[in-house]
Write a protein that binds this ligand. Structure first.
Ligand code: PHB
Length: 386
């Protein structure tokens, strides 16, 4: 048995293994209202064999929403929906953190309060297309627009949005929260030089670009206690049109500064991953940046990015990481820990059903026992097809 299957003490929580379910956007919340459902609860409960589940990215405000159909955690109805999810996961013996999300510029007026512009550190539009729904609810891809640069007076309001999400995550019964500072969303936009051209206390040197993240982390730790708060970063990530002039200095600094909080963990998306896809040619600076983060960060480190059982065992054994997160493999294998333990083949994920729709490609990936005919195949009954 490899280190993957040993217990791990994560702050006050004892994880039953070192396998983390990575946050995965599935865009299946109830409309209108972006409310988690019984179907979502069953999906997460199917995956409760993880040492810890991190929820899909969940907007902390309407301003923080960037895609049609993603769930929120800012209204009472959404909190009630998440209560179904956390209760189902706990009933199945699992643990689950909520990922707190503000997308910044990766949005569109159609998703924003009163049709306003999305907000960002600087008025620089990402390349690419926004995913919205038209008046009839049909999906549409439309060009991004230049966001509105946030005024310095708005910074406390941003921090407040995270506090609101953190408090709602407690009311919803989560075991902790992860601050999403990766993949080109708001906090990552502040960190990276390509998206942050501010000349005030939140722009310029790395100390200033990290300021909003550190303020958010401090405030969220004030709600939860640091032992139940994680932070996710994606150094060298290019997803959502990102880049930084000196990523080793930037992420080395952030990792160093995060030590002081004594967080549950730091979660690093390795540069082999760009959003929902694997990159063929990862940035050649990746090794140096990841090494610097590991050297500078003294707490628990989760890594994520195309791991299999052998690579995971090597990363744990070599001390490169303490916990390993699996995304697409967990999406397609509800019993992923068991499959890794016995060395079984994995179901392959179907990208056509990643986002939106009903139980197909969501609840119906079989477990090993189901494939062997020892248990009935997953029951999608009671849930509407897409
Ligand atoms: C996505 O919707 O593709 C997505 C969302 C959040 C992430 C990454 C990708 O952090």
């Amino acid at each position: 048995m490899t280190a993957l299957f040993t217990l791990f003490q994560l702050g006050p929580l004892t994880l039953k293994n070192r396998i983390i379910m990575a946050p995965l956007t599935r865009s299946r919340s109830q409309q209108p209202g972006n409310i988690p459902t019984r179907m979502n609860a069953l999906y997460y409960a199917q995956r409760a064999g993880a040492g810890l589940i991190i929820s899909e990215a969940t907007q902390i405000s309407q301003q923080g929403q960037g895609y049609a159909w993603t769930p929120g955690i800012h209204t009472p109805e959404q909190v009630a929906g998440w209560q179904l999810v956390t209760a189902a996961v706990h009933e199945a013996g699992g643990l689950i953190f909520a990922q707190l999300w503000h997308v910044g510029r990766v949005s569109h007026p159609a998703l924003q309060p009163d049709g306003q512009l999305p907000v960002a550190p600087s008025a620089i539009a990402p390349g690419g297309l926004a995913f919205i729904a038209d008046e009839s609810g049909a999906p549409q891809l439309v060009p991004f627009v230049p966001p509105r640069a946030l005024a310095i007076e708005e910074m406390p309001y941003l921090v407040q949005q995270y506090v609101h999400g953190a408090k709602n995550a407690q009311a919803a019964g989560f075991d902790g929260v992860e601050v999403h500072a990766a993949n080109g969303y708001l906090l990552d936009q502040f960190l990276n030089s390509s998206t942050n051209q501010r000349e005030d206390a939140y722009g310029g040197p790395v100390e200033n670009r990290a300021r909003l993240l550190l303020e958010v982390v401090e405030a969220v730790c004030g709600v939860w206690g640091a032992g139940r708060v994680g932070v996710r970063l994606s150094p060298l990530g290019t997803f959502n049109d990102m880049g930084d002039a000196d990523p080793e200095a930037l992420f080395g600094h952030v990792a160093e500064r995060l030590n002081a909080f004594e967080l549950a963990y730091l979660h690093v998306v390795e540069p082999v991953i760009a959003g929902n896809a694997t990159t063929e040619t990862p940035d050649p600076r990746a090794g140096a940046v990841l090494k610097r983060i590991r050297e500078n960060y003294r707490g628990t480190l989760i890594v994520c990015g195309g791991y299999d059982a052998a690579k995971a065992g090597a990363a744990l054994g070599g001390g490169r990481a303490d916990l390993i997160a699996f995304g697409r493999a967990f999406l397609a294998n509800p019993d992923l820990p068991e499959r890794l333990r016995v060395g079984a083949a994995l179901n392959l994920p179907d990208p056509n059903t990643f986002y939106g729709g009903g139980p197909q490609g969501y609840l119906d990936y079989p477990t090993l026992a189901q494939q062997r005919g020892e248990q009935p195949m997953p029951d999608c009954g009671g849930f509407e097809p897409a």
